[in-house]
Ligand binder design. Structure first.
Ligand code: WT7
Length: 649
């Protein structure tokens, strides 16, 4: 953290939009002035202009029962119709919706007409399997077209999807299935990653092996061609079933506040939260931001967001925003370095991608590999770059603009969260003078503040970021836990949404994000909970106690570093601490998923605690980052840090 703040404080470079870019900009200054003049009226206009409503709404916001907001409450719409049929009806059925690039090099493209046809069949299939409006469907798929088709098919019939990232373990999948009480799981035999097939169906089998879950059916897409076990009656091949259903399906309207999806994210406790999003407000803001932040010209742009649909970025900026806007986009199944380190640049060259949206961790990885790799391809089609997931350090921003963008195209740094549903803070590329490293300004219609610890609003300097007015794409709650929703986000500063991020306002009023202020880590732009990894570590029979911190990492932003005390009774099993560390790292990966695997596990005899027994993670972070140990005066035993430091170094 401190590294980022220091470098961003010294950052003074400014980049004005080029006259050519500004001249063709989709967004104009009037968005800001209209939203200032009448915030709710502004959003109502956006909702009407960007979406098709089966029944028009007459109310914009109902905030009579905060923090439970209702947007466009008496309106009705069908989210999938908005993303599909209406583009076909408007004469754009032949426009490509998806260019799919598989890791092994296979590719497939779907026009809007073809994608609509697939979704209609899938909607009929889900209905035939007994899925009804409001029922939950878990989706556990690689980045293949069927992932997009599944999400839209679920939305089309008013059911609720819960997408679980394919990198999560069987245990994590089961916990999410149970919490949402999913009726159906959509998975694949396997998907391609780093030149190998990873077996997803196996994980589903393990997750469901006790036969006690709420799942009645598992739909299996054929992708990896790997061998799978089959449970007769429960398991069904996607392609067989789709071939047997009706091709016609009429999308009916659902209320604007009808639930659209639940997406689990890590919080400060060990239990992931099911973030609930609904239909009309979510789609309005996803479409609005996708159009204006990415300056989308749907008739000529080729857009590529590299996120997996397992994360919110994939929901809002691969599926709902781009498709609602009728965009042409690329989706890619695999990793950036398979089969060679220039794969992404090859894809941009192949499809003539114009807009690229990715994460700082990827940019820093490419920086390390060197500019000769992207320079072997033509990236001249690119005209806009986006960043998301964590603060982008000015060096990475500049490299992105110069090496990938050719030196003159805008880079937008977009701040938002699973909970906010859509982008909240970002420059608009044709309008804003860009500052490398800062997300800068709230988008039109969004109100944010930076507060001190006591809740006083700051005009300049560092504090805590809050959103002080409800917004259309805001989460509507935590699945099954309204109390936790209130406590987590709304209790700290009465009536204002506390995001959990530190932020600094500079002398121009621009916002610089400074990272999480709670026990949530950000590893490669993915959120991980210290508590969740700690409870995984103590679930291992060798572990007595564990403390996890997010330590600064050059590539991944933060990395998971664990400090573990082994059980006395097992001390004699400890012959080689390196072996035990490796075992515990593997254990976490197996329990939660590979993304949670600690970079390091240190075996220690004690943990630094206050007199009331609270672990002082700040001190452990100092050790993990190789810094001088900070103030230890509140420790119960001040000698403990010396012992830990000597063990670790
Ligand atoms: C957390 C939300 C939003 C999609 C990806 C992550 C951090 C996100 C930025 C940014 C600085 C950022 C915040 C936030 N974050 N974007 N542009 N600059 N920090 O979604 O998993 O819900 O994580 O990611 O700390 O709270 P998420």
């Amino acid at each position: 953290m401190s590294v980022q703040i220091d470098t961003s404080l010294e950052e003074i470079r400014r980049f004005r939009p080029s006259p050519e870019f500004a001249a063709q900009s989709v967004a104009s200054e009037s968005l800001y002035t209209d939203a200032k003049a009448d915030r709710l009226g502004f959003w109502a206009t956006q909702a009407r202009e960007l979406l098709h409503w089966n029944k028009p709404f007459t109310q914009t916001l109902d905030w009579s029962n905060p923090p439970f907001a209702k947007w466009f409450d008496d309106g009705e719409l069908n989210v999938a119709y908005n993303c599909l049929d209406r583009h076909v009806e408007a004469g754009n059925g032949d426009r490509i919706a998806l260019h799919f690039e598989g890791e092994p090099g296979d590719s497939r493209s779907y026009s809007y007409a073809e994608l609509t046809a697939e979704v209609k069949k899938a909607a009929n299939l889900l209905t035939a399997l007994g899925v009804r409006s409001g029922d939950r469907v878990a989706i556990y798929l690689p980045m293949i077209p069927e992932a997009v088709i599944s999400m839209l098919a679920v939305a089309r019939i008013g059911a609720v999807h819960s997408v679980v990232f394919g990198g999560f373990s069987a245990d994590s999948l089961r916990a999410r299935i149970d919490d949402a009480e999913a009726k159906v799981v959509i998975t694949a035999d396997g998907g391609w990653r780093k030149g190998k097939v990873f077996p997803l169906k196996n994980a589903v089998d393990t997750a469901l092996e006790d036969g006690l879950s709420t799942v009645n059916h598992v739909l299996v897409v054929k992708r990896g061609e790997n061998e799978v076990q089959w449970t007769e009656g429960r398991d069904l091949w996607w392609h067989d079933e789709l071939a047997a259903v009706d091709a016609d399906h009429v999308a009916k309207g659902f209320p604007a506040e009808h639930p659209l999806f639940v997406l689990y994210t890590s919080g400060t406790t060990g239990k992931p939260k099911g973030i609930l999003h609904t239909s009309g407000g979510y789609l309005t803001q996803a479409a609005f931001t996708h159009k204006n932040v990415f300056d989308l010209h749907p008739e000529r742009d080729v857009y590529w967001c590299t996120a997996d649909i397992g994360w919110i970025t994939g929901h809002s900026y691969v599926v709902y925003g781009p498709l609602a806007n009728g965009a042409t986009q690329v989706i890619y199944e695999g990793t950036p370095d398979t089969p060679h380190q220039g794969r992404w640049w090859e894809i941009i060259d192949k499809y003539k991608v114009t807009i690229l949206y990715t994460a700082p961790t990827a940019i820093r990885t490419f920086m390390k590999l060197g500019r000769q790799i992207p320079q072997a391809f033509s990236l001249r089609s690119l005209r806009l770059l986006g960043s998301v997931g964590e603060p982008i350090n000015p060096e990475a921003w500049i490299w992105y603009r110069h090496v990938i963008g050719g030196g003159s195209i805008p880079v937008v740094d977009t701040w938002w969260q699973t909970e906010t549903g859509a982008i909240m803070i970002s420059a608009l590329p044709g309008l804003t003078d860009l500052k490398p490293g800062a997300a800068q300004v709230p988008i039109p219609g969004i109100e944010v503040e930076v507060l001190d610890d006591d809740g006083n609003k700051l005009e300049e300097g560092g504090g805590l970021l809050v959103i002080n007015e409800p917004w259309p794409a805001m989460l509507r709650g935590i699945w099954g836990d309204p109390e936790r929703f209130k406590e987590t986000y709304w209790d700290k500063f009465q009536g204002k949404y506390f995001a959990g991020d530190g932020a600094r306002l500079d002398e121009d009023g621009d916002i610089w994000l400074l990272g999480r202020v709670d026990d949530v880590m950000n590893v490669s732009g993915h959120r991980l909970s210290t508590a969740e990894i700690e409870s995984s570590l103590v679930a291992h029979h060798l572990t007595a106690e564990a403390a996890v911190v997010g330590a600064a990492d050059e590539t991944t932003g933060q990395a998971v570093v664990a400090f573990v005390i082994l059980k006395q009774s097992h001390q004699d099993e400890v012959t080689d601490p390196d072996e035990i560390s490796a075992m515990l790292r593997a254990h976490v990966a197996q329990q939660i998923g590979a993304i949670a695997r600690p970079r390091e596990v240190f075996i220690v005899n004690e943990l630094p605690k206050t007199r009331s027994g609270k672990i002082m993670r700040r001190l452990l972070r100092d050790v993990a980052e190789g810094r001088e140990i900070g103030d230890t005066t509140t420790l119960a035993d001040t000698a403990v840090m010396q012992i830990i430091t000597s063990k670790v170094r």
